[in-house]
Write a protein that binds this ligand. Structure first.
Ligand SMILES: Nc1ncnc2c1ncn2[C@@H]1O[C@H](COP(=O)(O)OP(=O)(O)OP(=O)(O)O)[C@@H](O)[C@H]1O
Length: 304
């Protein structure tokens, strides 16, 4: 569906995307995970064929965006980071106007809008103004709108940023349905849980580069341990702790607010910590996540 080789995006002298290779296969959910500024949105805009590449090679749905931009755009759906809904129109009108824009007949547009409002769980709000919708509803409507042309490929740039947990789960559920229906999804996110839940494969991006690629479980197995023990200390008491607990894990990371011990057995490590008379104010044993992968690869956390 997408094939990029040595893809570059420059803004003046600044290289936002520094020669990345990416392949997205039909029917998969593919993620770009990275912090703000990693180059995810710039990459998405090139794939969406709304921003020209500066260098390298790019094929989307088998076509070159430089040559076939309009044909590519007619076959993909794009959900940008910021909603661009017409807030003074109703839910139904937003969908219908978009359908007309794709050249659909009035009857088709009416049918499609009804189907999409069902899908987005917005049927009850059909004739209400967009302005009155919650953030989660607006996002669902933006996704519904991007599906008007039955796209083969759906691009979602930070789909749940700013939404509360319940709204995020509802939106993930809709995305799972799309995937089950055969739509290829490309998702950018700086939330590791989002990528872990939704994506079959992902690339980790940092500073315009791809620093790792694989399925969530492959990346965790390759770059982390099964469990992590998180230790938090009273203000000013964390100094020197990392050295004291280093031998209880395969690796120890010291963050400003906690010490992380990477180990196959977190409970055992916690017993050892207590045995050493180290007294954290709180401790937590959890499984490894993509956040740990990112920390290992870059020395930084995803969300500061
Ligand atoms: N139009 C532009 N002109 C100049 N610099 C830009 C432009 N768009 C993006 N950049 C810069 O390119 C870098 C990558 O931005 P990009 O938006 O692709 O990152 P991102 O990973 O999507 O992060 P975010 O989640 O903040 O959008 C950033 O340093 C950004 O400031």
């Amino acid at each position: 569906m997408v094939e990029a080789k040595a893809l570059v995006k420059r803004f003046g002298d600044f290289e936002a995307v520094r020669g990345i290779d990416v392949q997205v296969r039909k029917g998969e959910a593919f993620g770009f995970l990275g912090p703000n500024g990693a180059g995810k949105s710039s990459t998405m805009r090139m794939i969406a064929s709304t921003s020209p590449r500066s260098d390298g090679d790019l094929r989307v749905l088998g076509m070159d965006p430089d040559v076939d931009g309009p044909r590519i755009r007619a076959r993909l759906g794009s959900v940008p980071q910021q909603d661009t809904l017409d807030t003074e129109l109703t839910v139904r009108q937003n969908l219908q106007i978009y359908g007309r824009y794709f050249g659909m007949s009035r009857a088709d547009v009416r049918r499609k809008a009804t189907e999409l409002m069902e899908f987005a769980q917005l049927a009850e709000r059909a004739d209400g103004l967009v302005d009155a919708l919650s953030g989660g509803m607006k996002r669902r409507l933006t996704i519904a709108r991007s599906l008007v042309n039955d796209p083969d490929l759906l691009l979602l740039d930070e789909p749940t940023t700013g939404l509360d947990p319940q709204a995020r789960h509802m939106l993930w559920d809709r995305l799972f349905r799309l995937k089950a229906g055969g739509v290829t999804l490309i998702i950018t996110s700086h939330y590791m849980d989002e990528v872990e839940q939704l994506c079959d494969r992902l690339v980790v991006m940092d500073g315009g580069h791809i620093v790792a690629e694989g399925s969530p479980s492959e990346l965790i197995a390759r770059y982390s341990t099964r469990e992590v023990l998180e230790l938090r200390f009273a203000p000013g008491e964390q100094g020197g702790i990392a050295e004291q607990v280093a031998e209880f894990g395969e690796r120890v990371e010291e963050l400003p607010d906690r010490v992380l011990v990477y180990t196959g057995d977190g409970e055992r490590a916690l017993e050892q910590v207590h045995g050493r008379d180290v007294r954290p104010v709180s401790s937590l044993v959890r499984r490894s996540t993509l956040e740990d992968v990112f920390l290992r690869l870059t020395g930084r956390t995803l969300v500061d």
